[in-house]
Design a protein around this ligand. Structure first.
Ligand code: ACO
Length: 323
């Protein structure tokens, strides 16, 4: 049986760290509010472009898979904060790596990395491609209005990458199920507008060019969306939550994760949480969390992982991965 297996991984977190206490120096907030409402303690802020973060993470992933850039059949970069609209940043990363392959960006917000896993798995399982680089990379600090405490405290910059390879196995292995969905009825609840072809052409400054969201609505829908897609991928894989060794959810708010996990009937210790260190890095949260879980010895050979995400669109995605 032809399967798509993760054979390499890597991450890149820019060195500058902005703590909750740092933020409280410039806006009316405090460490206690941010930690209790979100679980965030600090975030990394990048002075380099999203494509640079993505390239570093990609190089680590290639090295850990023992591959050269020339081995790649496709590069997928999930991002909501590309360096440029055209060309896509996958082209920039491809040039930096020196690869000769297909390359495109995925704009599915925080679910973008798992959308990439789904699309890449399909390419591999149908025999079309053998090795695909998937990166989640963001420089969300670019979209932050630093006078708005309700959003400025939530986000961070970073990148994570994996290599998905075609492997033949007679046992269930690699990405054994995946699902993607979008609920456009919620598209106004989470957005960056004032940009793109909607922009007033000769405006010097786009008025609403920053992240806007309806926190309570997103909170509620995130739990529903990730719960639904998780159930779907478990059913597809003919597994139950008892079969799952580790859940790697999107890291938007620790309270979202705790509520989701409790609703799914999964013990809290089975959820991987690293939002304290990085904040919400959107499409990058899951590949960064995967790298951290591996570094911390939380993933063992043959473990079964469930990953799920939710973001602007409102997108949702999930996958079951046999390690
Ligand atoms: N510091 C101190 N006080 C604050 C801050 C802050 N940074 N931000 C808001 N407050 C105040 C508000 O002004 C409000 O004060 P009031 O009661 O006097 O009016 C009070 O805190 C409560 O504000 P709420 O917005 O009701 O707080 P809530 O408990 O809903 O938490 C949060 C807000 C953290 C955004 C939460 O709704 C959430 O996590 N939502 C989902 C995540 C999300 O939307 N992320 C962005 C989208 S990305 C994604 O990954 C899906």
């Amino acid at each position: 049986m032809l399967t798509a297996q993760i054979t390499g991984w890597g991450k890149c977190l820019p060195p500058a760290v902005l703590s909750n206490d740092d933020l409280s120096q410039v806006m009316d907030t405090n460490d206690e509010w941010i930690r209790t409402r979100t679980g965030i303690g600090q975030r990394h802020i990048s002075h380099v472009s999203t494509s640079t973060l993505a390239t570093v993470a990609a190089k680590h992933a290639l090295a850990s898979a023992g591959l050269q850039a020339s081995d790649l059949d496709m590069i997928l970069i999930a991002t909501a904060s590309p360096d440029t609209l055209l060309p896509n940043i996958a082209a920039t990363v491809q040039a930096e790596l020196g690869a000769s392959c297909a390359a495109l960006d995925i704009n599915a917000a925080c679910s973008g990395f798992l959308y990439g896993v789904g699309l890449a798995t399909a390419q591999i399982k149908c025999g079309q491609m053998q090795r695909i680089l998937i990166v989640g990379a963001e420089r969300l600090s670019f979209y932050i209005n630093w006078t708005m405490r309700e959003s400025a405290v939530l986000f961070g910059d970073g990148a994570g990458a994996v290599i998905l390879e075609a492997v033949t196995s007679d046992q269930p292995a690699g990405v054994i199920s995946y699902a993607m969905h979008n609920d456009p009825s919620g598209r106004e609840h989470l957005k960056v507008d004032g940009f793109g072809s909607d922009m007033k052409r000769f405006d010097q400054e786009a008025e609403n060019f920053h992240l806007q969201f309806n926190g309570r609505e997103v909170f509620k829908r995130a739990i529903g969306g990730m719960g639904k897609l998780s159930k779907q991928v478990l059913e597809q894989a003919q597994l139950t939550t008892d079969d799952i060794d580790l859940v790697i959810p999107h890291q938007a708010n620790v309270r979202i994760i705790e509520t989701l996990i409790a609703k799914m009937g999964v013990p809290a210790e089975k959820a991987f949480v690293n939002i304290e260190q990085y904040g919400n890095t959107s499409a990058a949260t899951i590949p960064i969390a995967l790298c951290d879980a591996i570094e911390q010895g939380r993933i063992k050979p043959h473990d079964t992982l469930l990953s799920c995400a939710f973001g602007a669109g409102l997108t949702s995605a999930a996958a079951v991965i046999k390690w």
